[in-house]
Ligand binder design. Structure first.
Ligand SMILES: C[S@@+](CC[C@H](N)C(=O)[O-])C[C@H]1O[C@@H](n2cnc3c(N)ncnc32)[C@H](O)[C@@H]1O
Length: 227
């Protein structure tokens, strides 16, 4: 079944597939899946794992369930649908999980991660994240939780910028608050993104706001040396 996807979702699927090829997760979760495009595109490639679709809106999950039954009834991949709050999912502690959360604000993404990790050890759950804004607090918190960087990427779709962040509880590579490699892949794109972030934080800044000043300073100093 071919589902047309924009650049952002395509890059998420590609990074998830590469992660699966390397780590052979037993479970992949398309959290906050909406129409399930990411999960469906992964399902098309028949990964040897359990593939889960999660969204809290009943009408979304009912039509997705029908669509999956129609197209993937005989798939070799075991797929599952869950109509519930992603933060309340129970993960089997003895198995490995790749959790994909995309299209949700960075602060909400972090709240979901906090809920998930309150019940399951971080060594069992890797995350592939593509939040809408608020990357700084998310990256900072992931670092504090002991997560390390696997891969990161900057992308643009419809004039919006997105960071794609793949992190794991077993990687030793520190996650930078500003990002690291994403500034070095595409000179023009990263320059535009830096300007966009700086303009955003300048608008937020009040005279005595040391926290925002720190963020502005860090984004001004990112290493955009094109390698
Ligand atoms: C903008 S869509 C994102 C869809 C897709 N992941 C993407 O990146 O395009 C956000 C979806 O997240 C779902 N959602 C938001 N919070 C959720 C939660 N706590 N648990 C489950 N689903 C949630 C909404 O119902 C909605 O379908």
């Amino acid at each position: 079944m071919t589902v047309k996807m924009g650049k952002r979702l395509q890059q998420i699927v590609d990074m998830a597939w590469r992660a699966q090829e390397q780590k052979h997760y037993q479970h992949i979760w398309d959290m906050c899946c909406d129409h399930g495009q990411v999960g469906i595109n992964l399902l098309d490639r028949s990964p040897a794992c359990h593939l889960h679709f999660v969204d809290q809106v009943p009408s979304i999950m009912t039509s997705l369930q029908l669509r999956l039954e129609h197209h993937f009834a005989s798939s070799s991949t075991h797929w599952h649908t869950h109509c519930q709050d992603a933060g309340q999912i129970s993960f089997s502690a003895a198995e490995s999980h790749l959790v994909i959360i995309a299209g949700v604000g960075g602060v909400n993404t972090l709240a979901l991660i906090n809920q998930m990790l309150s019940k399951t050890p971080s060594s069992n759950i890797d995350f592939l994240l593509c939040p809408v804004h608020q990357l700084w607090p998310l990256r900072k918190a992931l670092n504090q939780k002991g997560y390390g960087l696997e891969r990161e990427q900057l992308l643009q779709e419809n004039r919006r910028f997105y960071e794609l962040l793949y992190v794991s509880g077993t990687s030793q590579k520190a996650i930078s608050n500003t990002g690291c490699h994403l500034w070095q892949a595409d000179k023009r794109l990263s320059e535009q993104y830096q300007q966009r972030l700086l303009a955003h934080y300048h608008r937020m800044q009040h005279a005595d706001d040391q926290h925002i000043a720190t963020i502005i300073d860090a984004y001004m100093k990112v290493d955009r040396h094109w390698r």
